[in-house]
Ligand binder design. Structure first.
Ligand code: MN
Ligand code: MG
Length: 656
């Protein structure tokens, strides 16, 4: 028996006969005639285990995330349309501490239920595809997770046998499904329809999860795979075909594209396309000017398309007006929208636009509670305290640990690539370093247990890892840009104020893997915004790699984050054109993985940078009063307490 589409209200006809307002109904449902039907396709994408509206790193409720919130929109939309389907576009098993809790602590044995699957089952989704992050914890984890799904998972471009033809039966998941459904038309009559659903993931998973996938599966080009399967789906009687493209909106063409949704939409036979992976919203101005993309109509190559943000931020909706011609359904009109779960106000406060669906919350309450305990509990140990009190004046363990984890991760990602032979440096900046945040605004994790909550403290932003390829000259100028943190100092003078208050600490990148000195007697080469103001200035002295001076034409890889690599802070060598790795993982997740895998971390700073000696010169530096207990640990700088600073800060004197 074909499953019926969820009926919106008891009966659309009863409502209209009673003369009740139809304004709640979408016009396609309101106006469909006999032989015409409105089908509403809803998309969730890139949920990344965000079911509860909760930030597990910050250990606090938030209104900007959560499938339980998106679910409220699902209920509304089902009420507004005669026929609807709900599809998930992938990246649901990994990406927050609940995902790590399941993978690292609770486990996913055969028969275990993953909370995302529990929530999807409760929500009643019709089908899903597999995103790149579904591979992060390995194939047994993935297959065990999907075994309890009450819906089909489709993925056409990951194969288990090398070289087999795309349509040979060798895919890891079924490449597509053809769902038999009952469609209610404008006259209230039901008719059968066959809805074809095919799924895709970026072929780059082979690099990103090489350790899990190499030798087990192979990836195929998304568009070529679609061209092979879509005609087969038509032959099997699909009336309409929906592509679940866990792939972004990007280039108009190319081989093995990561973001292939534009050429995919052009494949004949595909009627509608769900996109994702970019963690953006479509339609939205973010995609203005992209080839073949119409952000007004919400189409790519004239096909209706959507992208529902990420972490449950939006529900994507594609409305299809179908007409039955000779027993087969075709799309006669379409409409696209997205529904946000929250709004950011002008004062930057957040207003929730929907309430959580209590059934979805209840379905995973136990795993939520266990995740709370998990983030508050030790997942590893640190051999040295992780604090940022002196991060602006000396090499520092809170910055060092970020650098170490980034380098560890990028090394693995680049293994086997054309960049594998290049030296890998790592850039990181102190995010919590007093300033406008106040005298308590520092990272301060004592030696001993490290909990996941502490990682949020070390790395505040949900950045993702990037690697850039730069020259020795660019490394030097990157550091010159960072050194704008400090005021120019007069040699021989006493008690000069060290920090430039208009320079944010997150732009004070320390580059690990090289050694250098910062000469404060020189003016800064760049202003706090990154504008070149003193071309001849040279604060960076004795820049060395592996015991030898760094020359301008040397080549390096620098591990960093998406903000910096794409031009944030306007750093030389990091303006978007030097990126060689756009990694799928967040810096925070990489730090957690590093700690979990290492057990005990050794974040001791290696004093790879210091101020150049200026005999007889002293400067004053304000930091949190709690800094005093660590003063004996500070390396490479001569520092002593100097009383109280302003606004509750403590003052220290540094002899240069
Ligand atoms: Mn994602
Ligand atoms: Mg260091």
């Amino acid at each position: 028996m074909p499953r019926s589409f969820r009926m919106s209200r008891r009966s659309f006809l009863a409502t209209s006969a009673a003369g009740a307002s139809l304004t709640m109904l979408h016009p396609f449902s309101a106006h469909a005639a006999a032989g015409q039907a409105h089908l509403r396709l809803m998309e969730t994408t890139d949920i990344h285990v965000h079911i509860f509206p909760y930030d597990y790193y910050g250990d606090r409720p938030v209104d900007t995330v959560g499938l339980a919130r998106t679910a409220a929109h699902v209920a509304d939309i089902r009420a507004e349309a005669t026929n609807s389907m709900l599809l998930d576009n992938g990246d649901f098993l990994q990406g927050n501490p609940m995902g790590d809790y399941i993978a690292y602590e609770r486990g996913m044995k055969e028969g275990d239920m993953h909370p995302m699957i529990t929530a999807f089952n409760a929500l009643g989704i019709d089908a899903a595809t597999i995103g790149n992050h579904e591979f992060n914890y390995g194939l047994p984890f993935l297959m065990n997770s999907m075994a309890t799904a009450g819906f089909p998972a489709v993925l056409a471009n990951i194969a288990t046998e090398e070289g087999a033809s795309p349509t040979a039966d060798t895919t890891l998941f079924r490449p597509y499904v053809i769902l038999d459904r009952e469609l209610t038309d404008g006259a209230g009559e039901t008719h059968p329809i066959k809805v074809g659903i095919i799924g895709f993931t970026p072929p780059q998973v082979m690099n990103w999860d090489r350790r899990h996938l190499e030798g087990n599966v192979t990836a195929r080009d998304i568009v070529a795979t679609a061209r092979a399967y879509v005609p087969q789906m038509k032959e099997e009687g699909a009336d309409i075909i929906i592509a679940l493209s866990h792939s972004g909106i990007g280039a108009p063409e190319g081989d093995m594209l990561e973001n292939a949704s534009v050429p995919l939409a052009a494949v004949e036979g595909i009627d509608a396309i769900m996109t994702g992976h970019n963690h953006l919203v479509f339609p939205s101005p973010a995609f203005e000017g992209f080839a073949a993309v119409d952000i007004e109509a919400g189409t790519i190559h004239g096909k209706p398309a959507t992208m529902g943000g990420f972490w449950g931020s939006h529900l994507g909706v594609i409305d299809l007006m179908l007409s039955n011609e000779g027993g087969s359904w075709r799309v006669m009109a379409h409409d696209v929208e997205t529904r946000a779960i929250s709004r950011r106000n002008e004062d930057r406060s957040i207003t929730a636009l929907v309430e959580s669906d209590p059934d979805i919350l209840a379905s995973v309450q136990d795993d939520h509670d266990a995740t709370l305990a998990y983030v508050r509990r030790a997942v590893g140990k640190t051999a040295a305290p992780l604090h940022s009190y002196f991060a602006l004046v000396a090499d520092d363990p809170s910055v060092q640990i970020v650098s170490i984890a980034q380098k560890w991760y990028v090394e693995e990602m680049l293994a086997g690539s054309e960049y594998a032979g290049l030296p890998i440096l790592s850039a990181a900046a102190p995010f919590k370093a007093g300033g406008r945040g106040g005298p308590e605004y520092f990272t301060d994790v004592p030696a001993g247990d490290v909990a996941i909550k502490n990682v949020a403290d070390l790395y505040l932003y949900p950045n993702t890892v990037r690697a850039v390829k730069v020259t020795g000259a660019e490394v030097r100028d990157w550091l010159e840009r960072s050194a704008g943190m400090f005021n120019q100092v007069e040699p021989g003078a006493a008690d000069q104020i060290l920090l430039n208050p208009s320079f944010p600490s997150y732009n004070f990148d320390v580059i690990d893997g090289v050694t250098y000195e910062i000469d404060l007697s020189e003016p800064s080469k760049f202003d706090p915004k990154g504008v070149l103001i003193n071309p001849e200035a040279n604060r960076i002295k004795n820049l060395m790699f592996d015991g030898a001076p760094v020359t301008d034409d040397m080549e390096f890889v620098i591990a960093t984050n998406n903000y910096r690599a794409s031009g944030g802070g306007d750093f030389p060598g990091a303006k978007g054109d030097t990126i060689i790795l756009e990694a799928p993982d967040t810096n925070r997740d990489v730090i957690v993985r590093y700690i979990v895998e290492q057990g005990t971390i050794e974040p001791s700073a290696d004093a790879n940078w210091r101020f150049a000696p200026l005999p007889g010169t002293t400067v004053l530096f304000d930091t949190g009063p709690a800094a005093e207990k660590y003063i004996g640990d500070v390396k490479g700088v001569n520092i002593e307490p100097a009383g109280d600073g302003e606004d509750g800060f403590a003052r220290f004197r540094i002899g240069l």
